[in-house]
Design a protein around this ligand. Structure first.
Ligand SMILES: [Zn+2]
Length: 275
């Protein structure tokens, strides 16, 4: 988290207001988020550069700059990207990691409460190589049940781990993996290679459905995630299993159980509905 719906929400809000803007100056207040770039090189590259395009790939916000560099922000857990057309409050400044001031005075800010997220700078070739290693985008039309089955075929790992593996499928993390497996009525620990074609098709549909519903609700805010305008998401009110251990299954009424045994993360499921 943020997963695909949260990052897509951010991007849909900030892309129209940032694309075509030029960065007058940039300030980096913490350096521990940087990957593949030093502070001086990042600031030098940003200064005077224009933002040509803002888009999402997997769980990353990608800024394509006029110099052809890609600045990539992965908000991971506690980060968000927000555009302000006013001065930041002291509280907003407190967690601001990167502040880019645009030529018209607006600011876009990467804030990260615990700084678990990352900021990268890649050139064109570096980006092409990186994105080529990530799996298909589940909300694209080309993502058919056959593409999905093909990406997952041949792995014996638990199906939950397989769908969260970014090399096999882009954008799905712990929350939506839990939800999709519940909707598809599949046990999260089931070996992926044992899934029937019908089960692949069910899971494929469930993944797309939960991502689209979460996107329609501007994502899930459990703690720190905010949209590109600083609002909270609303999908936390629609979660069926994630975070609901001990509560009743919405299908059958049995108490939901939780395990850390599949991937050390919280997996919540219904023993009756997900065999
Ligand atoms: Zn149930």
């Amino acid at each position: 988290m943020p997963e695909l719906p949260e990052v897509e929400t951010i991007v849909r809000e900030i892309a129209p207001v940032l694309q075509g803007s030029r960065i007058a100056r940039a300030e980096l207040r913490k350096t521990d988020v940087l990957r593949e770039v030093t502070k001086p090189r990042l600031l030098k590259t940003l200064r005077g550069n224009a933002i040509e395009q803002v888009y999402r790939r997997a769980k990353h916000v990608v800024f394509r700059l006029s110099s052809a560099h890609r600045m990539i922000i992965q908000p991971r857990m506690t980060g968000s990207v927000i555009v302000y057309d006013r001065a930041l409050t002291r509280h907003e400044l407190k967690y601001a990691v990167l502040i880019c001031t645009l030529e018209d005075g607006r600011q876009f800010v990467y804030r990260d409460v615990r700084r678990l997220g990352t900021v990268w700078l890649l050139d064109e070739a570096g980006w092409t190589a990186y994105t080529g290693r990530i799996g298909p985008e589940p909300l694209e039309e080309t993502f058919t049940p056959f593409v999905f089955a093909d990406r997952l075929r041949g792995t014996r790992t638990a199906v939950k781990k397989a769908i969260m593996d970014q090399r096999r499928l882009a954008g799905v993390g712990n929350i939506y993996a839990n939800e999709a497996l519940f909707d598809a009525r599949l046990h999260p620990a089931k070996s992926t290679h044992k899934l029937s074609l019908e089960q692949f098709a069910r899971l494929h549909a469930a993944i797309i459905d939960v991502l689209q519903r979460a996107l329609a609700s501007s994502g899930t805010t459990l703690r720190d995630y905010r949209t590109g305008t600083g609002e909270e998401g609303r999908f936390q009110f629609e979660l069926r299993v994630y975070g609901r251990v001990g509560e009743k299954c919405v299908n059958c009424g049995r108490k939901l159980v939780m395990t850390h045994e599949i991937d050390k993360r919280q997996t919540t499921f219904c023993r009756r509905c997900q065999k």
